[in-house]
Design a protein around this ligand. Structure first.
Ligand code: SF4
Length: 652
């Protein structure tokens, strides 16, 4: 990609610590007269960015922890990349989204390295499902030749497999990343044979990991980082012991990702996949053990659990459900079937590596089932999610602080940054969850919100629980869209409200009215950007990670303060635990989470210096409740109005 940077002589030396004098770190690279200003024509020096770079540099040089909120447009990626590259520390950078991971690796690191005149050995590491598994491809091909099923996608992958060096499935243009065939030819930590695999020498997953160990900067995402640390992925190279610093960008999503990784889950998919792999392994390695009873019994037991859950909610806490006799009986039956399969596999295991691995998986899954059924760990909330065809037994920790702190012993410097970490200027809700302390800094967005934005809080809105609320909100949204001439995101906290208002408005207004669910998210976003005056109706997944600079998005309308559903099983248990410990669950947990979500939603509006737009919050509690001030204090400094005429004037 053309970066616009005047070409610099290639510097081939390794990174060095030339900019650290004693414990102090100084850099003027990002200053008004610095290298970036002189070498990058579009670079705008920002005081917040310079301050953040110095603060990050200090923590990298001295060790410690920095929690930094940095508003949209601060340029926080450069603010940490400059000191990392200048000081030559070995760093792992972990992002919340794949989009940011790509941007940092493909664009930002090379740009910063070139401006600073440093060669940077950066590596991007993805999760194992992004790499071709040569062993499973071989198995899938032999299965196809046996059954005579001709799968053109599989044949195409086999042709590509013969020539690819990296084995990254993103290279394959002809087969989409979501295609079901990839499940057959990529590995999971469950089914990977590791060092015993006949394809180990040429394994793409292993090669990618070895390469990552050589990198000065390794770019990963939070899922991969935590799977390394929680050793949920055997054979991973353990990046942390090899790095000086860890930087979490989009750090606001870290607590929820960590909650998943510090717990465990057992799904019907894992059990069904084990059965399939046993069939293939037995055919290849031929132990002569008879699986004719054990495999169908497992399949029946999985169906029986699904049947016992029929008619239940999609997410269920263990309380109550576990006591229901049909469900308990179905779990007992599942346990017996798993034990019978495990016993058969124990006999078969000596016949080959694949059968041996299946045996280990059966032992592991049995352990998880036992742990879930008995719930011995009081820090784990046991719950389950389900649909008609599948179920997942899940255990999520009530608290993750101790585990997270323990993990932090492995590197000396830790940076947590995002545009949304604080409530007002208070980071305590975030830092308490992760059990971290250290310096905390908050830098607001450099964009001119006072003159380029407006916060519209419509007057005399009823309480969201009032039956009048949907009609009043529909009228408000219609008025606002007429003033903004479309060009808006309408963000809802529930599907019901989203669908209801979309149905009412779609034929009344002349602009394309896009609805979440009617097409994949990326396609909806493309249509939104291309249209220029579309309106998009969406729920949670559009509240963050969506970037539409320019006039196509001039208005963000939020239906109500985004409190998480109190029916969420883990939240419910955490609220109860907080109360039992004498805390105030609403103010300590629910309000901070909702403030963070609102900041994310509002953050979609102003994405560049030239943007201008209106944020509409229909929920009157932001003004009338005692906690409303916390929401208002956490938003950028926007002028506020209560009348639609002011909105109309803003857009004229
Ligand atoms: S080592 Fe694991 S990922 Fe690599 S080829 Fe073998 S099974 Fe696949």
């Amino acid at each position: 990609m053309e970066s616009g940077i005047p070409s610099l002589p290639e510097v081939s030396h390794r990174l060095f610590r030339g900019s650290v004098t004693g414990p102090e770190y100084h850099s003027d690279a990002l200053s008004d007269n610095g290298l970036f200003h002189s070498r990058l024509p579009r670079f705008v020096p920002r005081r917040a960015q310079q301050e953040m770079a110095l603060e990050v540099g200090r923590v990298l040089a001295e060790g410690g922890t920095l929690v930094a909120e940095s508003g949209t447009g601060t340029g926080k990626t450069y603010a940490y990349l400059v000191p990392v590259i200048e000081q030559g520390v070995r760093a792992v950078i972990s992002t919340g989204t794949r989009h940011l991971q790509d941007q940092i690796f493909h664009r930002d690191i090379s740009e910063v390295g070139r401006v600073l005149g440093r060669s940077v050995n950066a590596v991007m590491l993805k999760g194992r499902s992004n790499y071709l598994c040569r062993y499973r491809l071989r198995q899938a091909m032999s299965q196809t030749s046996l059954t005579g099923d001709d799968d053109p996608a599989l044949a195409e992958i086999a042709r590509w497999a013969a020539s690819t060096r990296e084995g990254d499935i993103a290279e394959m243009q002809g087969v989409g990343e979501q295609a079901p065939v990839w499940r057959l030819v990529t590995s999971t930590s469950d089914n990977c044979l590791g060092g015993k695999c006949p394809e180990h020498a040429g394994c793409h997953v292993m090669k990618a990991r070895q390469k990552a160990l050589q990198g000065d900067i390794v770019v990963v995402n939070h899922h991969l980082f935590l799977s390394d640390r929680t050793l949920k992925d055997d054979g991973f190279g353990e990046l942390l012991p090899h790095c000086d610093a860890v930087i979490f960008d989009e750090a606001h999503s870290l607590p929820s990702v960590a909650s998943d990784f510090f717990g465990f889950s057992l799904s019907s998919f894992q059990l069904e996949e084990l059965c399939r792999d046993v069939v293939v392994a037995e055919r290849e390695e031929g132990s002569a053990v008879d699986f004719a009873d054990a495999l169908p019994a497992m399949t029946r037991a999985v169906v029986q659990v699904n049947t016992a859950l029929h008619g239940s909610q999609e997410q269920i806490l263990d309380h109550g459900v576990l006591d229901e006799i049909p469900f308990r009986q179905s779990l007992d039956q599942l346990n017996r079937s798993l034990e019978s399969l495990r016993a058969s596999l124990e006999l078969a295991a000596p016949a080959g590596e694949a059968l041996d691995k299946c045996h280990q998986r059966a032992v592991h899954l049995q352990g998880l089932l036992d742990e879930w059924a008995h719930g011995r760990d009081r820090n784990l909330v046991r719950w389950l999610s389900r649909s008609r065809q599948w179920f997942r037994l899940r255990a999520t920790p009530l608290r993750i602080d101790a585990r997270f702190r323990e993990m932090m012993q492995h590197a000396r410097s830790w940076i947590f940054t995002s545009a949304t970490l604080a409530v007002g200027n208070d980071f305590s809700a975030y830092t308490t969850q992760l059990g971290i302390d250290g310096s905390q800094r908050c830098w607001g967005s450099p964009y001119d919100f006072r003159s380029r934005s407006l916060l519209y809080l419509p007057a005399s809105m009823p309480d969201p629980r009032d039956k009048e609320y949907p009609d009043r909100m529909t009228a408000v949204i219609q008025d606002v869209l007429e003033a903004s001439r479309g060009r808006a995101f309408c963000l809802f906290t529930s599907y019901g409200m989203m669908n209801r208002i979309h149905t009412k408005l779609r034929d009344r207004l002349p602009w394309p009215m896009l609805l979440q669910g009617e097409a994949p998210r990326s396609e909806l976003m493309d249509r939104f950007r291309q249209s220029g005056d579309a309106v998009l109706f969406g729920t949670a997944s559009f509240w963050e990670g969506v970037d539409v600079p320019g006039e196509a998005l001039s208005c963000v309308i939020i239906d109500r303060l985004p409190f998480a559903a109190p029916s969420d099983p883990v939240l419910k248990s955490r609220l109860r635990a907080c109360e039992e410990e004498g805390g105030n669950p609403f103010m300590d947990i629910q309000v901070p989470a909702a403030v963070q979500a609102l900041k994310q939603g509002a953050g979609r509006l102003i994405r560049s210096e030239q943007d201008r737009g209106v944020l509409v919050i229909c929920d009157p509690r932001i003004r009338t409740s005692r906690y409303g001030a916390l929401f208002l204090q956490s938003l950028p400094p926007m002028p506020t109005c209560e009348r639609i005429e002011d909105v109309t004037r803003f857009f004229q």
